[in-house]
Design a protein around this ligand. Structure first.
Ligand SMILES: NC(=O)C1=CN([C@@H]2O[C@H](COP(=O)(O)OP(=O)(O)OC[C@H]3O[C@@H](n4cnc5c(N)ncnc54)[C@H](OP(=O)(O)O)[C@@H]3O)[C@@H](O)[C@H]2O)C=CC1
Ligand SMILES: CC(=O)C(=O)O
Ligand SMILES: [Mg+2]
Length: 598
């Protein structure tokens, strides 16, 4: 075999751009002959299932989660079809490796584990540094997903500046693991074609001293730029992106709260975009909340809940605002009445309007002014004052819902609703086990990172924790938006995604008091979420896809009820549009052979 052919087998063409998919031992004999690959591969011709079995056993032999992450990243970069077969089929085992909690460790170590033995030309994502400002459009055009197909332009970008990666703080360019991880869930969970996903990290510097002093750190070595430089840079990036890809959906991810709200306010009406930490998290927690409220409604009337947020950042405030919609829409409460059900706590204690410090603008709306001049500093002080029925942690402070807090919640409530939602696992405000033990197993629980099940001591009954992670929302929300192509993502679409998720429980899940569906069902769940977004976008008159408009409008009333034959047909329509690694059209080998002739 000549050098060129060998390079191409390794996924390079002569200019080092990966040109076709490498399925290795799954390459049929005819293809091997056509590409003169005989002898480069061992003689066995395997199918995807056999390859998957081997990959799974290699993966399981690795001793640490980080090694497993690296193995999976290598697999993605060398045999993408196999990677996604594995991730889709074994999502329960894979999600904690490609996503939280392991993605947290991977981001902390990103500059040390990079580049996952990826062949040159196989990109992990698009890096745009502030120094690239004059050339953004060209750089964006240069980016070629793997395996490259010029007719498949990106449909969805997840973009971060690495300034608040999970609860791990400012990780700078090491945050790239997050857009990659989120987009892998778009593929696995909602069937977006992996070639149409675009992970982006913008590099505006970092204030993380450890990174700045790390000889391997891969980002630009300077402190974060000022807002005067930051906002115009983000603006230039978004303009360049949409000039190259006008239909691109942009998901803002893990921007520090000081920028996250401003960016959303600035772009939500004129860019096809949403913020996952504010809106995606808002929707996923609303969904779990709807099901939790149902479980306790014989003891607590839905409008009598008292909801305490420990953490008042983009996630805390985003979720709190989303819950207000529930009280307004489902229970006819006014905005002012609904606001009275919510209390926020930050590092200075209960967020009140007369606390004496200048509140960050996103906290003002939900600050309390009925505290009669008293300020409550510690979490326990606030709990005694509020007597919450619901305690939600979005503070990135691991273990803060300690024994005292949990026991008090159990005294105050027959079934306390406790959601320690911070990521990764070390930042969860409490574990499932602690929550169960300290509430006599009465807790109604969901966490951001999945905890193992808990076995009740006396009965031996296995109890499963809920996972309130936006991974149940963004894939379906994004898919629905890509299908309907609304002019913008609206509050109603977000609300529809949450209520469709809440309704997506099977009878079995419902009977077991699950708050969220089983993760293995995520494709079906995402189809339901997507369908709800599609119907809402059409109802709002915002959908730009003519086929969808005519299809949905005829049966709009039935579809808005999310039941009946037409609703099932719409879900099927959505499912049929999901990419699957087994489809020949996933990466049409024959046409690639044709193209790769040289
Ligand atoms: N489950 C899920 O799907 C999601 C989970 N998250 C998680 O939520 C967490 C928060 O994210 P985000 O809101 O963007 O982050 P921020 O850093 O913006 O907000 C954190 C908030 O917690 C408060 N806080 C921190 N430490 C303490 C403390 N010791 N006592 C009281 N309050 C404290 C901060 O107070 P102050 O304002 O005074 O600094 C701030 O209000 C992260 O861990 C993230 O991983 C986020 C999105 C989705
Ligand atoms: C899950 C997520 O988006 C976060 O922790 O930031
Ligand atoms: Mg996030």
């Amino acid at each position: 075999m000549g050098h060129l052919k060998f390079m191409q087998y390794l996924n390079f063409c002569c200019c080092c751009i990966p040109s076709f998919e490498n399925v290795r031992t799954a390459t049929p004999l005819s293809t091997r002959n056509a590409l003169h690959l005989t002898g480069i591969l061992p003689s066995a011709v395997e199918n995807l299932d056999q390859q998957k079995k081997r990959a799974l056993s290699q993966l399981r032999a690795k001793s640490s989660s980080l090694e497993k992450y690296i193995f999976l990243a290598w697999l993605r970069n060398t045999n993408i079809r196999l990677f996604y077969r594995l991730v889709i089929d074994e999502l329960e085992e894979m999600a904690p490796l490609i996503y939280t909690p392991t993605v947290g460790s991977a981001c902390l170590e990103y500059s040390h584990i990079y580049p996952f033995l990826a062949p040159p030309g196989v990109p992990d994502g698009l890096y745009l540094s502030i120094n690239d400002l004059p050339n953004l459009t060209q750089i964006i055009k240069n980016y070629r997903p793997y395996p490259f197909n010029e007719s498949l332009t990106p449909q969805i970008a997840v973009i971060t500046d690495g300034s608040r990666i999970l609860g791990l703080g400012d990780l700078g360019v090491n945050g790239m693991g997050i857009p990659i991880g989120k987009l892998q869930l778009y593929v696995a969970g909602a069937g977006i074609d992996p070639r149409r996903t675009l992970p982006i990290t913008i590099d505006c510097g970092t204030n993380n001293e450890k990174n700045l002093n790390d000889e391997f750190y891969l980002g630009i070595r300077k402190k974060r730029v000022s807002d005067e430089e930051f906002y115009p840079f983000v603006d230039a990036v978004l303009k360049a992106l949409t000039s190259v890809y006008p239909d691109l959906l942009v998901q803002f991810e893990d921007f520090s709260s000081e920028h996250a709200f401003d960016l959303l306010t600035k772009y939500r009406d004129n860019l096809f975009c949403f913020n996952d930490d504010i809106q995606g998290t808002g929707a996923v927690v609303l969904s779990g909340f709807i099901n939790a409220v149902r479980l306790v409604e014989k003891d607590v009337h839905p409008t009598k809940h008292r909801i305490l947020f420990f953490g008042a950042g983009s996630a805390g405030v985003g979720v709190a605002k989303q819950l207000l919609e529930f009280f307004k829409i489902e229970h006819g409460m006014s905005e002012e009445e609904a606001k009275k059900l919510v209390w926020l706590v930050d590092t200075k204690g209960l967020v009140t309007s007369d606390r004496g410090d200048k509140l960050a603008s996103h906290k003002v709306y939900l600050s309390r002014s009925d505290n009669e001049g008293r300020q409550y500093k510690s979490l326990m002080d606030v709990i005694e004052y509020v007597k919450p029925t619901v305690l939600i942690g979005l503070s990135s402070t691991g273990g803060v819902f300690d024994e005292t807090v949990l026991k008090r919640m159990a005294e105050l409530n027959k079934n306390p609703i406790i959601f320690p939602l911070s990521n990764p696992m070390v930042n969860a405000e409490c574990t499932f086990e602690d929550a169960m033990r300290n509430t006599d197993n009465r807790v109604i629980f969901a966490s951001g990172t999945g905890f193992p099940p808990f076995v009740e001591q006396v009965t031996g009954k296995i109890r499963y924790p809920g996972q309130g992670n936006n991974m149940y929302i963004f894939p379906g929300l994004g898919l629905g938006a890509i299908i309907a192509r609304p002019v913008k993502i609206t509050d109603r679409q977000i609300y529809a995604s949450a209520s469709a998720l809440a309704e997506s429980l099977t009878k079995e899940e419902y009977d077991q008091n699950f708050l969220y569906p089983a993760v293995q069902r995520i494709r079906r769940v995402s189809a339901e979420v997507a369908a709800a977004v599609v119907v809402t976008a059409v109802d709002e008159g915002l959908a730009r896809n003519p086929e969808i408009n005519s299809m949905v409008k005829k049966d709009l009333k039935e579809l808005l009820s999310r039941s009946g034959e037409k609703w099932q047909e719409l879900i099927k329509y959505v499912e049929e549009r999901m990419w699957d690694p087994n489809h020949e059209k996933a990466f049409p080998t024959e046409s690639l052979i044709e193209k790769s002739k040289f």
